[in-house]
Design a protein around this ligand. Structure first.
Ligand code: GTP
Ligand code: MG
Length: 177
């Protein structure tokens, strides 16, 4: 019916970006929202902030409210309060930083503790443009299989897979509805 179409076009979902400080959460959001990247200038996010973005997925509008969180440990308790309302979570690590990859297990434990049980999770290996890569694509794929989450490698710098990652999540959200 017309009503259900209206409902579909006004679907709004809360999405959160999680992961260690410096993995590229803010850059990923800026790339997605503004199609830009400013290299060199690293400004750590303080607390939490959001930006809205409307995506058209298979001809249907999907509104995403994207929460960019601070990766720094001292802001974690602030972030926890937001997990519960999130429909989807992007968990980022930096393919040039082994520690950020290893830490994703701790992040997944936090997600398990604080997020809704059927939240959609997308694991992202970011900075895949870099020549300093030390985490292989296979490592990310294996982890994603183990935890039964979605996985992609992205580059906020070049834009590789950034829009696609959001579209995949938006599609999963729409289908679940
Ligand atoms: P917090 O706010 O502290 O949690 O960090 P963050 O995850 O938001 O990291 P941010 O987006 O600020 O990026 C950190 C640094 O990584 C910046 O110096 C960026 O230029 C760099 N960076 C981010 N994404 C990429 C990428 O895809 N490729 C490369 N080569 N560098 C990136
Ligand atoms: Mg940030």
């Amino acid at each position: 019916s017309i009503d259900s179409t209206d409902e579909q076009t006004s679907a709004q979902f809360k999405v959160m970006l999680l992961g260690d400080s410096g993995v590229g959460k803010t850059c990923l959001l800026i790339r997605f929202k503004d199609k830009t990247f400013m290299s060199g200038s690293y400004i750590a996010t303080i607390g939490i902030d959001y930006r809205n973005k409307v995506l058209v997925v298979d001809g249907v509008k999907v509104k995403l409210q994207i929460w960019d969180t601070a990766g720094q440990e001292r802001f974690r308790s602030v972030t926890h309060a937001y997990y519960r309302d999130a429909h989807a979570l992007f968990l980022l690590y930096d393919v040039t930083n082994r520690k950020s990859f290893d830490n994703t297990r701790a992040w997944l434990a936090e997600i398990n503790e604080y997020a809704h049980r059927d939240v959609i999770i997308m694991l992202l290996g970011n900075k895949c443009d870099s020549e300093d890569r030390i985490v292989n694509r296979e490592d990310g794929e294996r982890l994603a299989r183990e935890y039964k989450v979605n996985f992609m490698e992205t580059s906020a710098k070049t834009g590789l897979n950034v829009e696609l990652a959001f579209i995949e999540v938006a599609r999963a959200l729409r289908d679940k509805r």
